[in-house]
Design a protein around this ligand. Structure first.
Ligand code: 1HE
Length: 262
């Protein structure tokens, strides 16, 4: 693998911490950085059980590097967009669940990257926008597929038509993030969640990442059938049997009414 530009990977126990390191450009996603993301998530260390994506500096990610936006013919444009799709597909459909630690700007392609993650934690400084509409372009990194699944077509249309910006609180309320924490706390919260997720049975995590989104897009009849298959596969794993037995033996934690994730 070539040395990666503007991106770092560090293992913290079983958690792969992936950091965008271009703070001077607000972690804008250059072609090199998109390739770096693809390479990191395509080659995560085998001991990784969860991953966290963070951005260095005050902003998670300012989206597409606009300085690289040049006149492209139609074919080049398609290939460029498809290179984002390939990279973000490795994030969404890689081996482990990915938690985004959001802060500051989560805009344009930055929101497309965040929406490819499985859990988004926003801190109080976070703001979400899709300035593509006002820049005369369109989302190209999978946003038109993933973002409506989080907030619906109507809200995304509004964000792009009007340049509407959602602050952290409103963003969490409409579903752009599942967690909202105080300023500067998103990385710590994301790591807490990742460490907890890393202790799940790997097959359950796999089913959640790969089966659940597909089932959600199937007809009810096909979905019920796929669910029957994946639940049967998951519960036949030796680890599942051991975990259920541990509960029956009084050795595993009960579900607590006031338990908080992470
Ligand atoms: C950039 C970029 C960028 C900053 N590409 N260079 N995204 C946008 O339209 C968002 C554009 N960025 C901003 O609105 C603001 O920069 C921020 C709100 C994110 C941060 O503001 P601030 O005041 O902290 O920083 P700044 O002074 O605006 O920017 C610092 C530097 O980063 C500056 O460069 P410098 O050489 O003058 O220091 C900026 O030019 C540079 N910079 N953002 C390139 N995005 C697959 S399709 C996806 C389509 C999209 O993502 S479109 C949305 C693009």
């Amino acid at each position: 693998m070539k040395p990666m530009q503007d991106i770092q990977l560090e293992m913290v126990g079983a958690v792969a911490v992936v950091r965008l390191c271009r703070p001077a450009k607000r972690n804008a996603l250059s072609d090199a950085l998109v390739a770096g993301l693809r390479d990191v998530f395509a080659n995560l260390p085998s001991e990784a059980r969860a991953a966290v994506i963070d951005g260095e500096g005050d902003h998670f990610c300012a989206g597409l590097d606009l300085s690289e936006l040049k006149e492209r013919d139609a074919a080049e444009g398609v290939h460029h967009s498809r290179s984002w799709h390939a990279a973000l597909d490795f994030v969404q459909h890689g081996p482990v669940p990915v938690i985004a630690a959001l802060h500051g700007a989560v805009v344009g392609g930055g929101l497309e990257l965040a929406s490819a993650c499985h859990i988004r934690v926003a801190d109080a400084t976070t703001f979400f926008a899709l300035p593509e509409g006002t820049r005369g372009i369109f989302v190209g990194g999978g946003g038109s597929v993933r973002i409506p699944k989080l907030i619906g077509v109507a809200r995304m249309t509004d964000m792009m038509l009007t340049g509407r910006v959602y602050d952290a609180e409103a963003g969490e309320r409409i579903g752009l993030a599942q967690y909202l924490v105080g300023a500067g706390e998103s990385f710590t919260k994301a790591m807490d969640l990742a460490q907890r997720i890393a202790t799940n049975a790997p097959l359950t995590n796999y089913a959640l990442m790969h089966a659940l989104p597909r089932i959600a897009e199937q007809s009810a009849d096909h979905g019920f059938f796929t669910e029957a298959l994946i639940s049967s596969i998951a519960q036949s794993a030796p680890e599942a049997k051991a975990r259920v037995q541990a509960f029956l033996d009084g050795k595993a934690a009960k579900v607590q009414k006031d338990a908080k994730a992470g």
